[in-house]
Ligand binder design. Structure first.
Ligand SMILES: [Zn+2]
Length: 550
């Protein structure tokens, strides 16, 4: 089933790369059309055209769409179904510079790259080895999509010998806001009810890179990392720079929080010996709209926070603690500085009036609601709806606006640190092996890997280290996780939403078993074809068969 697919996979992969499909452009439609066109030429879909269809993203400015292909084995009736996803969008091509015209022409690009004198030694060796194909999206992840398409084509040619079902979605917008996947999740739930199928696992052949330079391993990830963006809105006290000790500079508190949180491994999640990268700032700025000699009143600071086990509530608690400690440290430092300043200038020292206050958005909301009364929920909802329609604001700005609005309705104008969660949210999925479906997937991958003979050092790990659409195959299982998310992500359900009920219903274990290569999102992006086009199809086919037969 998986032998001699190399040429066909390469042919499809190159065709997909040739359709330039940068995220959030109309090129995304072209590549979806190409996937549809290739699959519609398979005899199986000529016979069953209704099993191949487009799934449009609702209210999308580019009218993007996902391609869904259903394949039902005919050997015996079975409800067992394996779900595959793969994204067809790519990042932009500006990194190719003067070679941008060749970014989507793998064979010509390889020739052009040979003339580039500044290539790193490793890239040049790979280029000259003839084992790699270069091009935007060839590694991330059109080759992975091509592997699934070629495998489905092969299986469909002897569908009467195949038992069980495959559903494949070629999704759009993975590099953006995952709108393709978030549209596909409710569709999967609908299909499950309509067809009476039973999903076993979700597989995504997205790219697999070395974990460090000269890493000899090729990984298969059973499970995925998650991501939250804990955020601090810091409300200080403005003052003229001529009286700076009478103000409280929110930038100073922000700096102290960053010093304590940024790349601090104490905040890493560790599960099964696998460690997340510690948090790092994605934004730190004051909210002063113009230059003036007044110090800022408010600052915003948020972090990328990778998770293997921490829930939204736990991350919020950790940030409340760090925030309170940082706030107190700043007050102490200011008082120390003021003592010295007063002594130097002969002024009379009185301790500064600042009091540490650190609260969650949930708490702020409750406090303000107690003051405003019954109409408060409606006011916040209407305000969130209004900002959600503002095309000048992205979802992060809209969320911030909601927090500022709620705070503005509070009679208490004293300094405060408000902790909330900024979208997007990617839940982690830990495939522990306790539940039967988890165990089945782990066994399936282990079986596939151990029976595949190759010269590669295959290693299974628990968490795909980069965020991906796989996160939406299940909702967080931990008690209260969803409520904590809703309560602390301002405007949730209006400015940002997730199909949490459908995710909970799917509740699938996931794996990323994908093409091997290097330098995703760089102009030297390349896929290694021996593993990707010869070994990977065998592993994916055997994993699928094992899932369907056990
Ligand atoms: Zn990708």
């Amino acid at each position: 089933m998986y032998h001699n697919l190399k040429e066909r996979i390469e042919e499809i992969a190159v065709q997909l790369v040739e359709e330039k499909s940068i995220v959030e452009t109309e090129g995304e439609i072209d590549v979806s059309d190409k996937v549809y066109e290739i699959m519609s030429q398979m005899d199986y879909y000529k016979k069953y055209p209704e099993k191949l269809y487009f799934l449009p993203v609702k209210n999308d400015p580019w009218n993007r769409k996902t391609v869904v292909a259903v394949l039902n084995g005919e050997k015996a009736k079975s409800d067992k179904t394996v779900v595959f996803i793969g994204h067809t969008d790519t990042v932009g091509i500006s990194d190719y510079g003067s070679l941008a015209d060749f970014a989507t022409k793998p064979y010509e690009l390889a020739e052009m790259l040979k003339e580039v004198s500044s290539l790193k030694k490793e890239v040049r060796e790979d280029l000259e080895s003839g084992k790699y194909l270069f091009g935007r999206g060839i590694f991330d992840m059109k080759s992975g999509v091509a592997v699934v398409m070629a495998l489905m084509e092969r299986i469909s040619q002897s569908i009467e010998e195949f038992e069980g079902n495959i559903i494949f979605a070629a999704v759009c917008d993975e590099e953006g806001s995952s709108k393709g996947m978030l549209t596909f999740v409710p569709e999967l739930v609908r299909l499950e009810k309509e067809c009476g199928c039973h999903y076993l696992a979700m597989l995504d052949p997205d790219y697999i890179a070395p974990a460090y330079p000269s890493d000899p391993n090729v990984y298969q990830y059973i499970g995925t990392v998650g991501k939250l963006m804990p955020t601090f809105l810091i409300v200080g006290k403005e003052s003229h720079v001529g009286e700076s000790f009478s103000g409280l500079d929110p930038n100073q508190i922000a700096a102290e929080i960053t010093r304590r949180v940024n790349l601090n491994p104490v905040l890493s999640d560790v599960v099964d010996g696998e460690v997340t990268l510690p948090p790092i700032t994605l934004m730190q700025r004051d909210l002063k709209p113009e230059y003036s000699v007044q110090i800022a009143t408010k600052s915003i600071l948020f972090f990328n926070f990778a998770t293997h086990c921490s829930t939204p509530a736990q991350v919020k608690e950790k940030m409340l603690k760090v925030g309170a400690e940082a706030f107190r440290a700043v007050i102490n430092n200011l008082n120390d500085a003021y003592v010295i300043y007063c002594a130097m200038s002969g002024a009379n020292y009185e301790s500064l009036p600042w009091v540490e206050r650190t609260i969650s958005y949930e708490r702020l909301y409750a406090l303000v609601k107690a003051e405003v009364g019954e109409g408060f929920d409606g006011m916040v909802r209407r305000y969130a709806e209004e900002v959600s329609r503002d095309p000048e604001l992205d979802v992060r700005d809209q969320t911030l606006k909601v927090v500022e609005y709620v705070h503005s309705l509070w009679s208490d104008k004293n300094p405060v640190l408000i902790v909330y969660l900024t979208p997007p949210y990617y839940p982690h999925i830990y495939v522990e092996g306790v539940m039967p479906e988890e165990k089945l997937l782990i066994d399936a991958v282990e079986h596939a890997v151990s029976t595949t003979k190759c010269d590669y050092n295959l290693v299974q790990k628990k968490f795909l280290p980069c965020i991906s659409d796989l996160s939406y195959a299940a909702a967080p299982k931990e008690e209260g996780a969803i409520q904590a998310l809703k309560d602390n992500m301002p405007g949730f359900g209006i400015v940002y939403d997730l199909p949490l009920d459908d995710m909970r219903e799917l509740d699938l274990p996931v794996a990323d078993i994908g093409c091997y290569g290097k330098d995703a999102h760089q102009f030297t992006e390349r896929v290694e074809t021996e593993y990707s086009f010869m070994v990977l199809p065998e592993i994916l086919y055997k994993t699928t068969k094992y899932l369907l037969e056990h």
